[in-house]
Each structure stands twice: as structure tokens, then as C-alpha cells.
Design a protein around this ligand. Structure first.
Ligand code: AMP
Length: 398
């Protein structure tokens, strides 16, 4: 059964066609600059050549039309007709408190997603445009919504409430929601498989370290805490986001710099994190690691602050779960940086962690990077959010 996985941004659209029975990737690609001059579609069938087609796309419907044309193309396509696409799985960023799991998309579900637009004004409307475009072009194909926030809906109140007047939760649902849920769910389940233990018997901490970064605590198969909040701005220091900070800084900077709240928030989202800390050098951890190796002071302070924050979250989630069996690293940086994993683990001597440096140097596969004597396991698990979305979709439509 072939599932088309769609991840719609405001001007981009990523897609993968996955055979949900064998879990094999059939084709993938990306539409960029939708609605902007110079739009293009990149299409790559598995085992075939990558095609780049610069062509106008006035909106997401145009983009999806091109995706479907590429998938069914006589020469380079991978299916004969759209009938061979059994369902579409959509990544939806914010499901608020309306969605604790994936769901088949109906008109009521679309309305409930719209209700969450306030909570993710940049992302949810784009996700909804993707749903509308697929509905127009494939009206009889079932569609499933898979939410970034759903996995974290099991958090207890003490973890998701902020210490602010309760009426703001009551009136506006201001609370911690968390993001990257599909990744945290996939990686924690995969960790149980690697450890050959029951998912429901484990205490797992997942560190999703990419350009966006978050940590979650998964106890007995349920998320009990996570570092991102009402929005993805909270928690770790990220590529360009500040993560945790004293909210009074916002007013302080407004007054000092003569800027308004939106301007400062823009800086906290786009000009902060490791980009900001390094004095504007780079948001890419590869550049920062190179500079660190060269002994550049700006890179040393940045990498130290980044790793320290990750270690601090691991400590607090160990406390939250009264122990931890396995710590997992995933996403661009977590999967590819032995340096970051080592630096974070250096803080965790109290957990009896001893790294196996030979395994820590490997990449591209599920790995236990600790020695046999280590009291806590540390794993590297490449995340696969698209496969997780395809699995959820398959489970609901098969
Ligand atoms: P993601 O958001 O998961 O795509 O991750 C992107 C981040 O991963 C970028 O900041 C990259 O610099 C980082 N990254 C990717 N490959 C490496 C690598 N080999 N070493 C260090 N960081 C990497």
C-alpha cells in the first residue's frame, strides 16, 4: 500500500512516497519557492536520477499537481496512475489539546485544526493549504493528519502548566505543548527495539538535536515532559532560536534598543541560538565545530553553552522519571556529531556512562555508543519522521 507523505511549509512542500507494507521509500522530493519567482521541483525516484525542474508554481495546488505528475510520469514516474496511491499522510504542526493522536481527515478535523491556527500562525495555515490542495486533486483518496504535538499530550499537568495565572490556561490554553513529537515517538520506540526490551518498561530521554532542537522524557511508553513549549522557542539553545530565557529580557531589550515586542521576538526566533551566541558566525553546527577545533573563542563559548543546556535537560528529566535507562541522540546534529555526544555525556558521569568511542565515531545506523560496563545506555537512532507518518497513516486506513 503506497502512502504519500506531505510536509507543507509556507513556501515549500516536501514529499515522500512510501510502500507502507515493506516500509521502502519509492520516491521523494521537494517543491521550493511556491508562489515566488524561481520556483522549482526536485524529484528523486529511489535508485533513479534526481530531476530538477524550474517551473512556475503559483500556489500549493500547483505544487501538488506537479508532484503527482512527477510520480506518474511515463518515463521517470514510479506509479502508473493515482489509483496506486492509497492514502496521503499530512504532517500538521499544532493540534493543540484537540488531538492526542493521528486522525483521518474529515471536515470536522479540518475545522479543529483551523482552531489551532492561533497557536502556530506560520505553520498550521500552510499545512491546511496542503490538505485542501490534495483534496481538490485526489478527492476520493483518504487523508490522515499526523501532529507534531500529539505524542506530548500525555504529559501530566505539572509538566505542561506554566507558573502564570491559571485563567490564561483556562481562557487561551496557554501551556507547554512540545513539538517534534513524531520524531520523539519514533526514536523512543526504536530505542526499545535496539535494547530488545519492552517499550512500556523503559525510561528513555530523546535528544532531537537539529536546527530546531528538543528533549523529551518518555516513561513506560508515554511522554511525560518535553522542552519546547507553547511554541518551539522554549528549551534548548537551537540553530537560531534562543531557547529558555528570562521573559523580562524582552521588555529590557525593547527599552534599550527602541524595538517593539515583535521585533525582539523575531530576533529570538531567527537571530539567536548558536547563530546569535557565535556573534552571527553561523547557525550550522558543522561550521561551529570547525571553528571550535581551530580554537576560536566564539565557537568555544557557543558549543559549550549548547552542550551544557542539553546536559541540564537530561539531568532534570532523569529526576522527573526517577532514573533513566537510555539516552538517545537523533536529527542532523545528534546523528552526526560524535563531538556533541561526547561533550554532553561528559556531564553525565553520575549516570555511570562510559562511551565506546569506536561506535561513537560511526554514523547512519542505529547504534549503542556505550561500553558493556556503562550503567546507562546511550544510543544514536537516525530519525525518520516520514516513515513514522506513513506508519500512522497506514494504521488508520488499512
Ligand atoms: P536537521 O534540522 O535535523 O536537518 O539538522 C540540521 C543541523 O544538523 C545543522 O545545524 C547541521 O549543521 C547539523 N549537522 C548535519 N550534519 C552534521 C555533521 N556531520 N556534523 C555536525 N553537525 C551536522
Amino acid at each position: 500500500m503506497n502512502i504519500l507523505v506531505i510536509n507543507c511549509g509556507s513556501s515549500s512542500l516536501k514529499f515522500q512516497l512510501i510502500d507502507a507494507t515493506t516500509e521502502k521509500l519509492i520516491a521523494k522530493g521537494l517543491c521550493e519557492r511556491i508562489g515566488i519567482e524561481g520556483s522549482q521541483i526536485v524529484y528523486a525516484p529511489t535508485g533513479g536520477e534526481k530531476n530538477v525542474n524550474v517551473t512556475p508554481m503559483k500556489d500549493h495546488t500547483d505544487a501538488i499537481r506537479l508532484v503527482l505528475a512527477a510520480l506518474t510520469d511515463e518515463k521517470t514516474g514510479v506509479v502508473k496512475s493515482l489509483d496506486e496511491i492509497s492514502a496521503v499522510g499530512h504532517r500538521i504542526v499544532h493540534g493543540g489539546e484537540n488531538f492526542a493522536s493521528s486522525t483521518v481527515i474529515t471536515d470536522e478535523v479540518i475545522k479543529a485544526i483551523e482552531e489551532c491556527n492561533d497557536l502556530a500562525p506560520l505553520h498550521n495555515p500552510a499545512n491546511l493549504i496542503g490538505i485542501a490542495a490534495c483534496k481538490e486533486l485526489m478527492p476520493t483518496t483518504p487523508m490522515v493528519a499526523v501532529f507534531d504535538t500529539a505524542f506530548h499530550q500525555t504529559m501530566p499537568q505539572e509538566a505542561y502548566l506554566y507558573g502564570i495565572p491559571y485563567e490564561y490556561y483556562d481562557k487561551y490554553k496557554v501551556r507547554r505543548y512540545g513539538f517534534h513529537g513524531t520524531s520523539h515517538s519514533y526514536v523512543s520506540q526504536q530505542a526499545a527495539k535496539v535494547l530488545d526490551k519492552n517499550y512500556e518498561d523503559l525510561k528513555i530521554i530523546v535528544c532531537h538535536l537539529g536546527n530546531g532542537a528538543s528533549v523529551s522524557a518518555v516513561k513506560n511508553g508515554k511522554c511525560v515532559d518535553t522542552s519546547m513549549g507553547l511554541t518551539p522557542l522554549e528549551g534548548l539553545i537551537m540553530g537560531t532560536r534562543s531557547g529558555d530565557m528570562d521573559p523580562a529580557i524582552i521588555e529590557f531589550l525593547c527599552n534599550k534598543e527602541g524595538k517593539n515586542v515583535s521585533e525582539i521576538l523575531g530576533e529570538l526566533n531567527k537571530k539567536s541560538g548558536v547563530l546569535g551566541l557565535s556573534g552571527g558566525f553561523s547557525s550550522d553546527f558543522r561550521d561551529l565545530e570547525d571553528a571550535y577545533e581551530k580554537g576560536e573563542e566564539f565557537a568555544i563559548r557557543t558549543m559549550k553553552a549548547f552542550c551544557y543546556r542539553v546536559a541540564k535537560y537530561i539531568g532534570s528529566y532523569t529526576a522527573a522519571m526517577n532514573g533513566v535507562d537510555a539516552i538517545c541522540f537523533t536529527a542532523g546534529l545528534g546523528e552526526n556529531s560524535p563531538f556533541v555526544r561526547r561533550t554532553v555525556c561528559e556531564y553525565l558521569g553520575y549516570l555511570g556512562i562510559t562511551l565506546d568511542e569506536e561506535n561513537n565515531a560511526k554514523r547512519g545506523e542505529d547504534l549503542d555508543i556505550t561500553t558493556a560496563e556503562s550503567k546507562t545506555r546511550v544510543l544514536v537512532i537516525p530519525t525518520n519522521e516520514e516513515l513514522a507518518i506513513a506508519r500512522e497513516t497506514y494504521a488508520l486506513v488499512k
